[in-house]
Design a protein around this ligand. Sequence first.
Ligand code: ZN
Length: 138
Amino acid sequence: MRVVVDKGVLRSYVRRALRAFPKEYMASVWGRVVADEIHVCLLTHIAHLGTNGACFYDEEELKGHDEEAREVGLRWLGTIHSHPQDCAAPSVADVETAATDGELVLGICSITKAAGSKRRKVDVKFWPVVLPAETEVR
Ligand SMILES: [Zn+2]
């Protein structure tokens, strides 16, 4: 599956994530599923508490901009959060939470800064969330 992200939308999220650094910053992902592509069109703010290792939020917050997005034909696709001083791969807990919340894609924005350097390196990756199949043991 391919994920296509609007450049301006991503840039604005990264700007907010850099401002929150070294705390994590989270947003909801809205867009469209077109054939086998996921088009990310909106990254909306979620009221949350970001710490140096996690984001805390109310589940209802995830789809908080529901009406606004649906009016322009977008659906909720998942979330994105930053990984200050960490890689752009999701943790086991990230994947479990995303699956529980019913996410289709999970975005991770890695922000790393070397000691003594002012520059921060940003790497964003979107991961498909694969739900485990319903398993029946006979
Ligand atoms: Zn994470």
